[in-house]
Each structure stands twice: as structure tokens, then as C-alpha cells.
Design a protein around this ligand. Structure first.
Ligand SMILES: [Zn+2]
Length: 645
């Protein structure tokens, strides 16, 4: 059997029956399709096979770590769930936190995604065992937060209590949806539905005010709705979003996005992880209901995040004391918070906004955060250490062990890279990310297999094979990254001129036939990138970037120093180093005092022990340019005498 045939069968087996089962499970009528407000649908994980030299080795590392290195960290939440099943009461132990139970569901989600990558009976057995533990702890009313059960806390009670049942239950829902999509089994999904029903009764049927603490149940309810088609979960999502800003005089308001009703919120505020998870839920509600005022609110939060409050690496959250977003343009580098969970949250928020508007600018942010801020959060070996915060300047950066929320969030986010690669609408096929992969895309005019061959992110050449089942008319939309200049596309060996570009995607409309190819050339010169003149921390400085990769200097490569000055007109050389840091392209240059320096990808920093690191470097002769910024937070720096792009 040819790989492509095998893949097509796999995709059909994994995707089609599940959609049918989900639509036919008797849980309720499907929402009218016209209510959706999505320019682009997701091509699901099971329909995308990654086979490149960048992501596939990383996915294998994460998968192979699950049983020997990740599973032992789930002992504590497992024990708590077993206590809940036995109706035992507990005192809070030192080092025990309400959120820890979420780790287990996040790892069940990541492990389910690993099953899509490769069947693994031992992993599947372990997943089933943990799901049995979760099921045994579920209360007769469906509630299943073991921390709250064993500590005698009131379920779904107001957000100022020490509950994180909205967070834990949210990840339960996400884990169950991923497990169902991966295996077709309904046992975890049934537990999730009962747990969500418990919240529905409390907030919708009984009309109790408020919302359950740390957000996450919001985007999770949208995911649960997508597989069950039960509008009850959309109703609950709407009630929880609308509950914000209804209680006055509360000091925690903005911290939990509760300062104003959602239709009056203009700025992203508060705890960065909460804000990203909440904003994702707002975008989900807009996507699924098409409600214009909700879509508009999601767009305002998106613009506030990406044009005023995002780091050049795609990290978010600038205040380490409160773990929160700062004011507009308040982006200190040494003190940056940028929790890995918040960075992962931005990837999810970007994915929803990409689907809502089909604008490549959202895919630019998704790519930026994924290849830089998110990937930095996990050591190259995928297990030894993780970063809770991901600052852009650090005097002694060291990673930490498991013991926090981020490792499991990183695992669940990175194992789902395949979801972000392609998108589609009726007869449009989107290439969002350049990843060597094969996708099965169900266009209205017939199924299409699309395959990319590329050495991205190190090289901007991408060969796209388009194989419709039969000759089919549709538009192929290939993202032209915001960072690229002079992109060129060839159709079956012939340059496409002029190139039609709509919302950042090159559009090729034709009747496609098996064997058609599109060659994409995205030149990748080393670029200097500057920040908006209102960002105090970056004044007089630039970052070095190449393609989607942001670079940083580590003292151990540079004679003990990392913060260097670049000459007015620096020359850079990029050099592939397959022997270094699991294979990277490094950048070499000379400082202003003509000393050689070496820069490595930001994501690969802090993998060789504690290190001094810098992303923003001094740029000789740089002065504030206050014009031409329009909607940009960052732009290419062309030098002191030339207009920037
Ligand atoms: Zn975290």
C-alpha cells in the first residue's frame, strides 16, 4: 500500500466515523451551520501526518517521554482522585495546588494525540487506566474535581474562593475530546459531558451568578460542543462569558477579566494565562454563534494583545509579580514574565482568530509564538527541564523540573502542531504553516491530498504537491509570511505573475489535477527587527531574526557576554549546524568593536546549563523613528538612513 493511500484510509477511519458518531449520539440538535462565523475550518490532527526533519523528531521525543518521564509526575493527582472516589477528606499538603489535577487531563490529551501519531497499546492501556480513576471519582451529579471534593470546597462557587474547578474541568473536557477524536472511544467523553452538565445545571438551570475561577472551561466547552453538537454547552459558554463584569466593587476584577462586561472590554488585562484562555473562549463563542458583538470583542482583545502587549518572541505577560499583562508598550525584557502557559494560550487564541477571519496576520502570530516563545519553554530533550517564565534577557537562566502548570501545557500544545498546518472552507484550501506534512482536506468539490516538502524553518523553499481525487476547481491559498520579502511562487514550474494576494495568502484558482505542484520560495536573509518607539526597554536596540526564528546570544558562545553592540551596517552569515542543539542554523557576525559573535535560536537558549542570554542587542546609530508604524508593534529595521518596512 502506498503511504498516501494508507494515510487517506487512516484519515477516513479516524475522522469520518467520529464525525458521524458525534453527530448521531443523541445529545442534541446541531446548531445551524449558518450560525458559524468562520472563514476557515481546521483540518484536524488525525487528517495531518507530519514527516519533516524539524517537528517529527520533536514529536517523537515528546511521545517517547510520556511513559518513562511524564507519567511518574501524575502520581499526586491520581492519588487525590482515588481519595475522592473513597470519599476521603484531606488537608491541604505543602506543595499541593488545586491546578495539579489539570496536569493529568493535559497529559491525557497529549497522550491521546500521541496515539494519532503512532498506535501504542501500552500507552493506550495507561490512558484507559487513568480514565478509569477519573470515572471512579465522579460524583453522582457529575462533578469531578478531586481537590474540591476531598477538601470540602463548594463546587462551582464564586471565583474568589480557592477553587480552580473551571480550570481542571476545562482540561478534563479538552482531554476527553482529544481522546475521542483519537480513538473513537466514548468513556472519557461521557465523563466530560456529565461534568459539563453539572456546571450547566449550576450556572444555567439554577442561574447561580459568577464563573468558576481560572478560565479554561470556556474554550473547552466550545471543543465539547464541536464533537457532541449539544447546544447546551454553547449556552453554558455564553453564560460564563456574559457573567464577566456583572459584580461591582471587586478588587480582583481586571485580574480575572471581570472588570467590565465583555462587550465593553477593549484591552487585554489581568493574569496573562487567564486572559489568554478567556480570550480564546470569547473567540470560540463568536466562531460558533456568529454573534457580531462577541466577534468584535474577540477582535479588540486580539488587537490589544498583538499590537500593544506582545513580546517579539510571541511571549505575553510582562509583570512577574502579578503574572499579568502590563500597560500598552510596557514590555521589559529582564523582568518579563511570559509564562509558558500564557504563550501556549496565545497559540490557541491565534488559531481561533485565524479561523474567524482567515487573515494570515493571525497565522504570523501563531507561528511566531510556536517557534519561539512556546518551544523555548521545554528543553530540547523534552523532559529534563522546563521554563515557567521565558524572559528575553536573563542573567542566569535556569530551567526547572516538573512541579508547575507549564510542562503539561507545553506537552498538550506541541503534540497538536498538526492542527495548525492547514485550513479549508467550501472550496478553498489554506496552507497556514510550512511543515513537511501530508493533509487530507474535504473540500465541497471533493477530497484533496496536499503534501509539503521543506526544510523549514531553516530554508524557505517549499514544494507543495496538490492531489485531488479527481480534477477539481478550488483556490489554493498559500500564506505569505509577514516577515518575507520577494516571495515567489511557481505553478508546475512556471512563475506565477502577477501574484494575487488576499489577506496575506497567495491565491491560485484553477481546476487542479493529480500531480500539480506549487513551488514556494521565501528568501530568508538575516533581518534586524525593531520595536515601536513607545517600548522603552527596546529603544536603541534590534533583534536578529531569520525566517520565523528569533535569535538570541548566550554568554557561553560569546566569551562570557551576551549583550553586544552591532555596528551601523552589520554583516551576518547564517550557517547550518546539524551537530549543534539538535540541528539549528546559527548566525555569525562582528560586534561594533569587531569581535565575532554567534547567535542561536531563542528556543534553543538555556539548554547547556545556566546561562546569560540576550535577545535585544544595541544598534549603533539607531534613533527613534516615530512615523510609519501604523498598526505595527515590530518591523524590519533597515538602518539609520533608510525608511523601515
Ligand atoms: Zn504555567
Amino acid at each position: 500500500m502506498k503511504p498516501s493511500t494508507s494515510l487517506a484510509l487512516t484519515a477516513l477511519l479516524l475522522v469520518q466515523p467520529m464525525v458521524l458518531q458525534a453527530a448521531d449520539n443523541g445529545r442534541g440538535p446541531a446548531a445551524p451551520a449558518s450560525a458559524r462565523c468562520a472563514a476557515m475550518e481546521e483540518v484536524p490532527l488525525a487528517a495531518v501526518r507530519i514527516h519533516d526533519n524539524f517537528w517529527l523528531p520533536k514529536l517523537k521525543i515528546y511521545r517517547d517521554n510520556l511513559i518513562p518521564n511524564v507519567w511518574p509526575n501524575l502520581a499526586r493527582p491520581t492519588a487525590l482522585l482515588e481519595s475522592a472516589a473513597k470519599h476521603e477528606k484531606k488537608e491541604r499538603l505543602k506543595g499541593e495546588h488545586p491546578y495539579m489535577e489539570g496536569d493529568m487531563h493535559k497529559i491525557l490529551e497529549a497522550a491521546s494525540c500521541a496515539l494519532v501519531l503512532n498506535p501504542d497499546p501500552e500507552l493506550e492501556r495507561r490512558i484507559d487506566d487513568l480514565i478509569t480513576v477519573v470515572g471512579a471519582a465522579q460524583q453522582p451529579d457529575g462533578y469531578v474535581d478531586a481537590y474540591c471534593i476531598t477538601h470540602g470546597l463548594v463546587p462551582w462557587s464564586k471565583r474568589n474562593n480557592d477553587n480552580e474547578d473551571g480550570y481542571v474541568t476545562g482540561f478534563l473536557l479538552e482531554g476527553a475530546v482529544a481522546h475521542y477524536r483519537a480513538t473513537g472511544k466514548k468513556i472519557y467523553l461521557d465523563i466530560a459531558c456529565k461534568a459539563a452538565d453539572s456546571a450547566w445545571r449550576y450556572f444555567v438551570e439554577q442561574k447561580n451568578p459568577g464563573f468558576p475561577g481560572h478560565p479554561e472551561i470556556e474554550p473547552a466547552l466550545a471543543e465539547l460542543y464541536r464533537v457532541t453538537h449539544d447546544t447546551k454547552y454553547l449556552d453554558l459558554l455564553r453564560v460564563l462569558i456574559d457573567a464577566r463584569g456583572q459584580v461591582h466593587g471587586d478588587s480582583k476584577g481586571a485580574y480575572l477579566q471581570d472588570h467590565l462586561p465583555i462587550r465593553q472590554q477593549n484591552d487585554i488585562k489581568g493574569h496573562a494565562v487567564c486572559a489568554m484562555f478567556f480570550a480564546t473562549g470569547v473567540a470560540d463563542l463568536g466562531l460558533e454563534t456568529g454573534e457580531k458583538s462577541i466577534c468584535a470583542a474577540a477582535r479588540r482583545l486580539w488587537i490589544s494583545t498583538t499590537r500593544k502587549k506582545m513580546y517579539v518572541t510571541g511571549g505575553v505577560g510582562s509583570n512577574p509579580k502579578s503574572e499579568a499583562f502590563g500597560e500598552n508598550y510596557e514590555l521589559p525584557n529582564r523582568e518579563a514574565y511570559c509564562e509558558s502557559c500564557a504563550n501556549c494560550g496565545l497559540v490557541n487564541f491565534a488559531h481561533r482568530m485565524l479561523q474567524m477571519d482567515g487573515d494570515a496576520a493571525a497565522a504570523d502570530v501563531l507561528e511566531l509564538a510556536l517557534y519561539n516563545a512556546v518551544l523555548h519553554g521545554i528543553a530540547l530533550d523534552g523532559r529534563s527541564t522546563y521554563s515557567y517564565t521565558t524572559p528575553l534577557s536573563d542573567a542566569n537562566h535556569s530551567r526547572e523540573g516538573w512541579g508547575m502548570c507549564c510542562p503539561s501545557t507545553l506537552y498538550r500544545t506541541l503534540m497538536q502542531v498538526g492542527r495548525y498546518v492547514y485550513g479549508f472552507s467550501a472550496n478553498d484550501l489554506y496552507v497556514n504553516l510550512f511543515v513537511g506534512s501530508t493533509g487530507q482536506v474535504p473540500l465541497t468539490n471533493g477530497p484533496v491530498t496536499i503534501r509539503q516538502e521543506t526544510q523549514y524553518p531553516w530554508n524557505g523553499s517549499v514544494l507543495i504537491h496538490v492531489d485531488p481525487a479527481k480534477d477539481t476547481q478550488f483556490a489554493l491559498r498559500v500564506r505569505i509570511p509577514g516577515w518575507s520579502r520577494d516571495a515567489e511562487l511557481q505553478l508546475n514550474g512556471k512563475k506565477i505573475e502577477p501574484l494575487e494576494v488576499v489577506k496575506g495568502y497567495a491565491v491560485i484558482r484553477r481546476s487542479w489535477r493529480k500531480g500539480d505542484t506549487v513551488q514556494v520560495e521565501l528568501p530568508m536573509p538575516v533581518r534586524r527587527v525593531e520595536a515601536h518607539h513607545s517600548v522603552d526597554a527596546d529603544r536603541g536596540k534590534v533583534t536578529i531574526q531569520r525566517g520565523p526564528i528569533v535569535y538570541g546570544l548566550e554568554a557561553l558562545d560569546n566569551d562570557g557576554r551576551a549583550l553586544v553592540s552591532l555596528p551601523a551596517d552589520p554583516k551576518f552569515q547564517s550557517e547550518p549546524r546539524p551537530d549543534m542543539l539538535d540541528g539549528v542554523t546559527v548566525i555569525r557576525g562582528l560586534t561594533r568593536d569587531e569581535k565575532p559573535f554567534l547567535a542561536i535560536p531563542f528556543y534553543a537558549l538555556a539548554n547547556r546549563g545556566p546561562s546569560i542570554q540576550e535577545v535585544w542587542l544595541y544598534q549603533s546609530g539607531k534613533r527613534d523613528q516615530k512615523d510609519g508604524w501604523e498598526t505595527k508593534l515590530y518591523r524590519e529595521y533597515a538602518g539609520s538612513n533608510q525608511p523601515s518596512k
